[in-house]
Design a protein around this ligand. Structure first.
Ligand code: SF4
Ligand code: SF4
Ligand code: FES
Length: 234
């Protein structure tokens, strides 16, 4: 029977984070999210965490599981081997709202700063803007992003330099920079060339390691660095 040590924090009553341990009846193939649900429904209704789809689609249950950021619905009890205790903590770098629930506003604002939408080209087609399969392939990896925040919270540079826009925002920048239907390529590249854009990334690859959608985050960031150099931006 695995034990779950869970970080608890209620800003209305706690000065700092404390940990509570729960024992749960669980099979090796049970998901960490199943265990959390059992704790909440059968033992402690005050526990706070987010979940929705339970199938790795909505991105709402990102958290730190035994020290590594992941989705609780994608990790199984057996993934943690013989560990007698599994520790669940909120995503680091984010402000905790309650227990495992973090404030996503700042994270989403960083993504918003990358204009994550299509800007029409000067001479748009009369009907819809078509995209060939080849053009689509350029962005097919990054469009899998579900905004879970795991990459940004795992990035060591974010902790040293909170102004760095972070890997998730750069994934969204890549998604529109290389969209064949977008008309703002140079402006987007100039934005990425700003001091808090791509350059603070030091290739730690933590973002790539934790991404639950297996997006090649670091490779995409490096690709954009090369693009900036190719265009000889100052
Ligand atoms: S590769 Fe770059 S963005 Fe990813 S974790 Fe490392 S420093 Fe952060
Ligand atoms: S790039 Fe991956 S880890 Fe980062 S927010 Fe998107 S899905 Fe989550
Ligand atoms: S609950 Fe939706 S991704 Fe895990």
């Amino acid at each position: 029977m695995p034990r779950f040590r869970i970080a608890r924090f209620d800003p209305e009553s706690d000065k700092e984070t404390w940990y509570k341990t729960y024992e749960v009846e669980a099979m090796p193939r049970d998901r960490i999210l199943d265990c959390l649900n059992r704790i909440k429904w059968e033992q402690d209704g005050t526990l706070g965490y987010r979940m929705s789809c339970a199938h790795g689609v909505c991105g709402s249950d990102g958290m730190r599981i035994n020290g590594v950021c992941a989705l609780a619905c994608q990790k199984l009890v057996k993934d943690y081997g013989d560990a007698e205790e599994i520790t669940l903590e909120p995503l680091p770098f984010f402000t905790v709202r309650k227990d495992l629930i973090v404030d996503m506003d700042d994270f989403l604002e960083r993504i918003g700063s990358m204009s994550p939408y299509l800007v029409r080209a000067k001479n748009p087609p009369e009907k819809e803007s078509l995209q060939s399969p080849e053009e689509h392939r350029k962005v097919q990896d990054v469009i899998r992003c579900i905004l879970c925040g795991c990459c940004t919270s795992a990035c060591p540079v974010m902790r040293e330099n909170p102004d760095y826009v972070g890997p998730a925002a750069l994934v969204w920048a890549y998604r529109y920079l290389y969209d064949s239907r977008d008309g703002d390529f140079l402006k987007r590249l100039e934005k990425l060339n700003e001091p808090d854009g791509v350059w603070p990334c030091e290739n730690f690859f933590e973002c790539t390691r934790v991404c639950p959608k297996e997006i090649p985050v670091t490779k995409s960031i490096n690709f954009m660095k090369r693009e900036i150099k190719k265009h000889e931006l100052p």
